[in-house]
Design a protein around this ligand. Structure first.
Ligand SMILES: C[S@@+](CC[C@H](N)C(=O)[O-])C[C@H]1O[C@@H](n2cnc3c(N)ncnc32)[C@H](O)[C@@H]1O
Length: 220
């Protein structure tokens, strides 16, 4: 079992402003641990976490990838979260470039088709639409109608950013209608798999994984 990244530099006061790693975060880590061999074979040249929060997930993925030459990128809309991510990668003796931005604003067109590994534990809680788009701790959970407003804003970027061999991992809850999300990305040419599921209180969490559908002729 891989150890959870060292987060001892983050104090309770930080978690008043930055999402504290929780059941969803840890399920995400479990999914990456399950996929360790896959990730080692994938050998991503560039990875991107959207909404990196404390930086826990990127530090964990960084440990899996080891001293590879992967350029790790992170974004977060919350400036305090962006700073926490910088501190966490440093605390874990890793490197990452952290951009304070909404979703992937500013990364396209430069990174078009270049991301080999992309992952997002989004704000997925069902809330009024007015709650979406804050740059504070509220951005950690406020997902709007069906908890899908931020997720749906992001989905069109998946086809633009992922490289041909790339994989995209997404945390969702049952109320986000995972089948519908899979259908949307299916239309953009992606296969999907539900690779982990866990009940956490009243939430039923899932980790979805998307890879580009190979054309039938590619299989020969
Ligand atoms: C559920 S938290 C996940 C944090 C961390 N990745 C984890 O798994 O513990 C969601 C994160 O997404 C960020 N976020 C929300 N909306 C965003 C947006 N439009 N662009 C970038 N980050 C966003 C929040 O600030 C928060 O850090």
């Amino acid at each position: 079992m891989l150890p959870t990244p060292d987060l001892s530099h983050l104090k309770q006061a930080d978690y008043n402003h930055v999402y504290e790693p929780s059941e969803d975060t840890f399920l995400f880590l479990d999914a990456f641990e399950d996929d360790q061999k896959y990730l080692e074979t994938l050998k991503p040249a560039i990875s991107l976490e959207i909404g990196s929060g404390s930086g826990c997930v990127t530090a964990f993925v960084g440990k899996i990838l080891g001293e590879s030459s992967c350029l790790k990128l992170c974004t977060d809309i919350n400036p305090r979260a962006a700073r926490a991510t910088v501190a966490t990668v440093r605390q874990n003796k890793l490197t990452a470039d952290v951009v304070e931005t909404s979703l992937v604003e500013g990364l396209l067109p430069r990174l078009k088709g270049k991301i080999d590994l992309m992952y997002f534990n989004p704000p997925y809680v069902l809330t009024p639409s007015e709650d979406v788009g804050s740059r504070t701790i509220e951005a950690s959970w406020a997902g709007g109608i069906d908890g899908r407003e931020v997720i749906d804003q992001f989905l069109p970027f998946v086809k633009d950013l992922l490289s041909p061999k790339g994989a995209f991992y997404l945390v969702v809850i049952e109320e986000n209608k995972p089948e519908e999300i899979c259908n949307i990305l299916h239309q953009d040419g992606f296969d999907s798999a539900k690779i982990r599921t866990r009940a956490a209180g009243r939430e039923r969490l899932h980790i979805l994984k998307f890879t580009r559908r190979t054309a039938p002729e590619d299989k020969h």
